[in-house]
Design a protein around this ligand. Structure first.
Ligand code: PMV
Length: 340
């Protein structure tokens, strides 16, 4: 890491295969996408940690240029308070990241953290992990802590634990290292896919959801009927390994079929939603070779794999005409990186 630079960005992600099963030690295939969160750190002009968050979300129509300011209050047990203009509470991950860094810092130099994100929050595209990763990288250079990538990844995982309870670590890992990865139990291998010429359409169902709730829902189902739900998770794990081979071979048709099968298994797991299934069916009708929900489920996004750009583009326009937010995502090779 270049110790002189204090502006970093980190990507969001989509899970192509294996969500939920990955929490129980099965593999997942996940890819970074070209939506990023940027963090710049400058010296705070007050003797306090300051945080300014602005968003340039992909789906802001027109861009609202939202801006929120926070200060780390030592009086209130270190909680970050809202300033008088703010109505929304702060994502606890920021609190964790800021406090952790200050605890680790030897020379206390108060940072002013400026975040700008293109990743819409709360729809399963990894916005919280990207924020944590970019912030950790920027603060690390500003405080001259010089964290390695591994340390950034591990600290971002701790931030994810605060938000999600029992995360697999997939979001922070992909945001740190980028690319397409096979991820299993905190270990990952980047997949080299020279023949992957296809397009992923992401559609936001607009249904709010919460990762923690759905991870807990699966945990409860497992408690109630262990063998049934263990079998489903195992099937998802097996299917993910087959998908890895199809991806490497560039067999897009097969990959698509496996995606649709993965969606059916997620339905059986009880984490889908009628609208998500309707959207996956619509994408299939619009020429997608495979479609599934992505992320924790219950709402959020679905993805469709297309072999042909025109078809993907038509599907996006059709989804938009039905009132859904949709776009074609490019896969991002770069994880956390310094910005000019
Ligand atoms: O919806 P997201 O982006 O938070 O993804 C959650 C993925 C899960 O497998 C359900 C949980 C996890 O930590 O891997």
């Amino acid at each position: 890491m270049d110790a002189r630079k204090t502006t970093f960005s980190a990507p969001g992600k989509i899970i192509l295969f294996g969500e939920h099963a990955v929490v129980y030690g099965h593999p997942a295939i996940v890819t970074a996408i070209d939506l990023r969160t940027k963090c710049r750190v400058s010296k705070s002009l007050q003797n306090e940690v300051q945080l300014s968050i602005s968003s340039d979300y992909l789906f802001n129509e027109p861009s609202t240029g939202l801006k929120k300011n926070y200060i780390v209050s030592k009086e209130q047990n270190g909680f970050i308070t809202q300033d008088s203009k703010n109505e929304q509470p702060l994502n606890p991950a920021y609190y964790f990241v800021t406090k952790k860094i200050l605890d680790l810092a030897t020379s206390k130099k108060y940072p002013h953290i400026h975040i700008n994100s293109e990743i819409p929050p709360g729809i399963g595209l990894g916005s919280s992990a990207a924020s944590a990763v970019a912030t950790l990288a920027s603060l690390s250079t500003f405080m001259e802590l010089e964290f390695s990538m591994k340390e950034i990844n591990e600290l971002a995982f701790e931030a994810e634990e605060i938000i999600h309870g029992k995360p697999s670590g997939v979001d922070n890992t992909i945001s740190t290292y980028g690319g397409i990865q096979l991820y299993k139990e905190k270990k990952f291998s980047k997949l080299s896919i020279p023949n992957f010429s296809s397009y992923v359409v992401i559609v936001n169902s607009g249904i709010p959801r919460n990762t923690k709730t759905y991870v807990e829902k699966v945990a409860k189902s497992l408690e109630k009927d262990t063998s049934k739900y263990q079998n489903i998770l195992e099937e998802i794990g097996n299917l993910t390994l087959i998908a890895k081979s199809s991806l490497i071979e560039g067999n897009i048709q097969k990959l698509g079929k496996l995606m649709t099968q993965n969606h059916l298994l997620l339905e059986k797991l009880g984490v889908s939603h009628p609208i998500l299934t309707e959207l996956t069916n619509s994408l299939l009708q619009l020429g997608s070779v495979g479609s599934k929900l992505t992320g924790a489920g219950g709402g959020g996004c679905v993805i469709g794999l297309f072999e042909n750009y025109q078809k993907a583009n038509r599907a996006v326009e059709e989804m938009k005409s039905r009132g859904f937010q949709a776009f074609i995502s490019s896969l991002a090779e770069r994880g956390v990186q310094v910005e000019q």
